[in-house]
Design a protein around this ligand. Structure first.
Ligand code: FAD
Length: 515
């Protein structure tokens, strides 16, 4: 595969830098229009923000309040398309806004009705008010004192890293070439100063290679300005990075299948408590940060804020000792002059073209990746003077789309690939064993990840091909030696490589465990 990149004859139509939702979405769109596409990711696919989201395919209830109707409608439509094209990975979920004040029921009831109406034919379910008893039926662990009732609405939920890896394979199926562990280290220009390619490094062999393109697209999220600086050192920054964290608890804090949505926390954001893979995900914060990093770490104030806000709503207040995993992600928000807080910055996407011809796409959200990609490829094709071809992703099925009925077991997220994982277990029944008593993952999934899904490290398997690290970091640590034994032979690791992998994973997992 890497050889193919170096050998490619003539320039690529498009080179995309960044293997998160934005970049991979663009690779799918461009390749499905018939353009010749190369995507390079410096680490693993989804290592950035795209595996660290709240995992909601949503219109963004809170943007309604700001009157951003067009943004909400667009996202609601994309939410519907996502469910249509990846039914194995997206499901509808009930959200309850608990009401403790007299004015909350009419206020939120009306707003959520509007949210439902705006979705039109892409609707997920009807919003309505709940009595106090109905609210407690759905949320039995809610604080009872002062509870008046609730308002219910429906949105989408997905597994972000799993969707991303299936998008990577959708892009391959459409003819794109995608590499992980290939950081772009330079941007090359022609004699007139226009961007005409990239320099990149194979992170495993350290081999440096050059690739030319008619247009280069910067989809590096929170790192966008760093890549722009490689082309023009003096560029004005576009990104205002803001960190959000999530805490993960056992499902006893929120049994059942409904989520809690708190529309107004003291930092002006929404707080969600969501059932996810048999655990509860609580987040998120919005803290402006000076510099983006690939492995952001939760700040103590953020942890305290989530614990104290959750305690206002849950009958049994969660404590630090209850936290099974903590993870942070960085929103690549677009700078706006005069904005008072990052929560006030627009979540819409921006496509920016520098004087050198480098295209940068940033902002937006996971839910709208398809629309962002369509917009970006339209502009990139025009800039590169490529033949005009219409977008064809509205109804393009994502890899794993189940041809018959959806699976209901722990392999459901693999969609149609689930049958192939079962074949591995049929050949070697020991691969059907669980890797940890507290998590559903099977040995066969580790083999599958290394053999078929481009996993290169223990972290890739435990963080993104399965979600063990994000669900229960201590359990993930305990699983690491078994993962090394399983995937070591697949990836031709010698003993030293295995030991280094284990040490790297131990150091990384420490960031996900609260002391
Ligand atoms: C806390 C939080 C919660 C969120 N929740 C939701 C939600 O529930 N629903 C929703 O729709 N959206 C949500 N979002 C927004 C959504 O997650 C992001 O908009 C989206 O993931 C951004 O994707 P991206 O591809 O632009 O960036 P990223 O996923 O960060 O991808 C950029 C990639 O570029 C790579 N890269 C950087 N530099 C280089 C280089 N030099 N060479 C090669 N590769 C490079 C990085 O390694 C990275 O993988 C949330 C965001 C945050 C922070």
């Amino acid at each position: 595969m890497r050889g193919r990149v170096v050998e490619h004859r003539g320039p690529w139509d498009m080179i995309i830098v960044g293997g998160g939702a934005t970049g991979v979405g663009i690779a799918i769109d461009a390749a499905s229009r018939g353009y010749d596409v190369l995507l390079l990711e410096q680490s693993d696919f989804g290592k950035g923000t795209s595996s660290r989201s709240t995992k909601l395919a949503h219109g963004g209830v809170r943007y309604l309040e700001k009157g951003d109707i067009a943004l909400v409608m667009e996202a609601l439509k994309e939410r519907g398309l996502l469910l249509q094209n990846a039914p194995h990975l997206v499901r509808d979920l009930a959200f309850v806004v608990p009401n403790y004040e007299w004015w909350e029921a009419p206020f939120y009831g009306l707003g959520l009705k509007l949210y439902q109406v705006l979705a039109g034919r892409y609707g997920f379910g009807k919003s309505h008010l709940l009595s106090r008893e109905e609210t407690l039926e759905r949320l039995p662990t809610l604080k009872i004192e002062g509870l008046r009732g609730g308002a219910i609405y429906f949105d989408g939920q997905f597994d972000d890293a799993r969707l991303l890896i299936h998008m990577v394979f959708t892009a391959f199926e459409q003819g794109a070439t995608l590499l992980n562990y290939a950081p772009v280290t330079g941007i090359t220009k022609d004699s007139q100063g226009f961007v005409d390619g990239i320099l990149a490094r194979d992170a495993e062999s350290s081999e440096v290679f050059r690739a030319n393109a008619r247009v280069v697209i910067n989809a590096t999220g929170a790192f966008s300005d760093l890549l722009r600086e490689l082309a023009e050192p003096e560029v004005k920054p576009l990104i205002a990075p803001s960190q959000g964290i999530h805490l993960v608890f056992s499902s006893e804090f929120l049994p059942g299948d409904s989520a809690i949505m708190v529309p107004h926390t003291s930092d002006g954001r929404v707080l969600f408590a969501i059932p996810w893979h048999n655990h509860v995900l609580v987040g998120t914060t919005d803290t402006p940060i000076a510099k983006a990093s690939l492995e952001p770490v939760a700040i103590e104030q953020e942890i305290d804020f989530i614990l104290s806000t959750a305690s206002q709503y849950l009958a049994k207040p969660p404590t630090r000792a209850d936290v099974l995993s903590v993870f942070a992600g960085i929103r690549p928000l677009v700078r706006a002059e005069g904005a008072v807080s990052t929560a006030a910055l627009s979540r819409d996407h921006v496509i920016h073209i520098d004087g050198s011809g480098l295209i940068t796409i940033c902002g937006g959200k996971w839910t709208t990746y398809r629309h962002m990609a369509e917009d970006c490829v339209d502009q990139a094709a025009t800039l590169a003077q490529l033949p005009e071809r219409p977008c064809s992703t509205h109804h393009l099925r994502i890899h794993g789309y189940p041809e018959s009925t959806k699976r209901a077991d722990s392999l459901a997220v693999y969609g149609s690939d689930g049958a192939r994982i079962q074949e591995l277990m049929a050949k070697d029944p020991s691969l059907g064993e669980k890797l940890h008593p507290m998590l559903p993952y099977l040995k066969a999934e580790a083999i599958w990840a290394a053999r078929e899904e481009m996993a290169r490290t223990i972290e890739d398997v435990l963080g993104r091909r399965t979600r063990a690290l994000f669900l229960n970091a201590k359990a993930a640590l305990e699983m690491a030696p078994a993962i090394a034994e399983l995937i070591g032979p697949e990836l031709e690791w010698d003993d030293a490589a295995k030991q280094k992998q284990l040490a790297d994973f131990r150091a990384l997992a420490a960031n996900y465990i609260l002391k």
